[in-house]
Design a protein around this ligand. Structure first.
Ligand SMILES: Nc1ncnc2c1ncn2[C@@H]1O[C@H](COP(=O)(O)OP(=O)(O)OP(=O)(O)O)[C@@H](O)[C@H]1O
Ligand SMILES: [Mg+2]
Length: 236
């Protein structure tokens, strides 16, 4: 139960953090733009110019301190490298949104190659990635009569690959490069911040993994590839 609260809170706060950062940066920037406009006028006295310049300097200091805070935040966000069971992580993420899956009438199919697949990584962060991808899949099928979500886990030689497939409308050609961009969303205001895939990609890259998708008009599959932990070999 505690685990559930933590993950959900964390997911919700991502968008809030981003909105906060954008707002924080926008304030001093808007101020500085106005000052530059004033400085471009040619009837200013030297005294006025100096005053404007000192305001500009203050704005820049403010931006610098926000960026400093942000950097600290990102350092604190280092991922752990523990030996964890990918199937367990996936099942926990699914558990968190099982109510959404049934409420939306989504048929769930699972195909796990084995009961336990050990990878090196951060269970909480990977859980967040799967949550983002599964939520996207469910949201993509919202308007469809027939909704099917298929989750597969395979172990290859050095890597585990998780695939999350939906039967939604697919990602249009012109958006394929955009979906990983921060704040890119096609969802109505208030429903998506456009950070889900950005955050997912950042987390997977920190795991020395890969995140990509295949899409057509009959659906989309997102793939997550992660390095296997040595433990799998001992079990075999
Ligand atoms: N499975 C999918 N099928 C179709 N389109 C998708 C799928 N996954 C993502 N997208 C597209 O990519 C966009 C960006 O996804 P992303 O998860 O980054 O943000 P979001 O879902 O819009 O908002 P957030 O995840 O921050 O709540 C989505 O708005 C949607 O247009
Ligand atoms: Mg999303």
């Amino acid at each position: 139960m505690e685990e559930r609260m933590f993950l959900l809170e964390k997911y919700a706060s991502l968008g809030q953090i981003a909105a906060g950062i954008a707002h924080e940066l926008n304030n001093p920037l808007s101020g500085m733009l106005l000052i530059v406009k004033e400085l471009q006028k040619d009837n200013l006295s030297t005294e006025e110019k100096l005053q404007y310049l000192s305001l500009l300097y203050e704005g820049m200091l403010r931006v610098q301190s926000i960026l400093r805070e942000l950097l600290q935040f990102s350092r604190a966000e280092e991922v752990k490298a523990e030996t964890i069971d990918l199937v367990d992580v996936l099942e926990k993420s699914l558990g968190l949104i099982s109510h959404l899956i049934s409420k939306n009438g989504v048929e769930l199919k699972k195909d796990y190659e084995s009961d336990r697949i050990w990878v090196k990584g951060d269970a909480k962060k990977l859980g967040q990635v799967f949550l983002n991808l599964i939520l996207n899949a469910i949201q993509a099928m919202e308007a469809d009569a027939q909704k099917s979500l298929t989750i597969k886990v395979k172990a290859e030689r050095e890597h585990a690959v998780v695939s999350i497939s939906d039967t939604g409308p697919g990602i249009p050609e012109e958006l394929k490069l955009k979906v990983f961009e921060p704040f890119f969303t096609t969802k109505p205001p208030g429903q998506g911040t456009g950070l889900g895939l950005t955050v997912a990609l950042a987390i997977i890259q920190k795991h020395q993994g890969d995140l990509w998708f295949e899409t057509s008009s009959s659906g989309t599959t997102f793939y997550v590839k992660l390095p296997l932990a040595k433990q799998n070999k001992n079990e075999a």
